[in-house]
Design a protein around this ligand. Structure first.
Ligand code: C5P
Length: 216
């Protein structure tokens, strides 16, 4: 059977994770959350108390860190040097620092090559991130660019985290800006990606649209 790779890119809070996980479950496929890998690397960097402006030291920490990421859509395991960090990597400190760590070209090179290995080992896989269609899996069978208005994305995020709407919107706009203006592999829509604006759609509708496109 031919391999099937689905690439889902888009800004923070666009619903990528929920859509990708549900789609993977529906397709009986694996699920790779590349953002969790950058977050895990960031957690290790914060623990090492490295200056976030010192790219060389950041890379040294990341290359010496063992990051294990599960690809089961039903229960995503994330471990850093043998410690489970699922909750920690979603905290405000990691969220505030992750764009700086993920902007380091050597860190990206390292994690992109690990992501390609994971993808190659799977028969069917849904991969979500910022650079999947453009860099990590340019030959994906389906590329989706999922987006939504900043206001709607902030509404979704703040309902998940109980954080203030205005502060969440500000943080999303800050990360969108950093992620789309960095020099290496910025957030960009692949020319052959299908754009889905989910501002007015619910998750089930988005998943159903993608399943139709995949004839599944
Ligand atoms: O998707 P999530 O919000 O968890 O991603 C966290 C951060 O990881 C993003 O803001 C971005 O800086 C970085 N990231 C990236 N490339 C990816 C996935 C995530 O740079 N493929």
């Amino acid at each position: 059977m031919a391999q099937c790779v689905v690439a889902v890119d888009g800004p923070s809070g666009s619903g990528k994770s929920t859509v990708s996980r549900r789609l993977a479950q529906a397709l009986d496929a694996c699920y790779l959350d590349t953002g969790a890998m950058y977050r895990a690397a960031t957690w290790a960097v914060l623990l090492a108390e490295v200056d976030l402006a010192d790219q060389e030291s950041i890379f040294k920490v990341v290359i010496d860190t063992e990051i294990i990421i599960g690809i089961d859509p039903a229960q995503q395991a994330v471990e850093v040097n043998g410690t489970a960090v699922n909750a920690e990597i979603r905290g405000p400190q990691v969220t505030a620092a992750v764009s700086a760590v993920s902007a380091v070209p050597m860190v990206r090179q390292l994690l992109v090559s690990r992501q390609r290995e994971i993808i190659a080992s799977a028969q069917r896989i849904v991969v979500e991130g910022r650079d999947i269609g453009m860099v990590v899996a340019p030959h994906a069978d389906l590329k989706v660019y999922l987006t939504a208005s900043v206001d709607e994305r902030a509404r979704r995020r703040s309902s998940e985290t109980d954080a203030d709407h205005a502060a969440t919107a500000q943080d999303l706009a800050r990360r969108d800006h950093l992620d789309s203006t960095r020099a290496t592999d910025p957030l960009r829509k692949a020319p052959d990606a299908l754009v889905i604006d989910s501002t007015q759609m619910d998750i089930d509708e988005v998943v159903a649209t993608l399943r139709e496109l995949l004839n599944n």
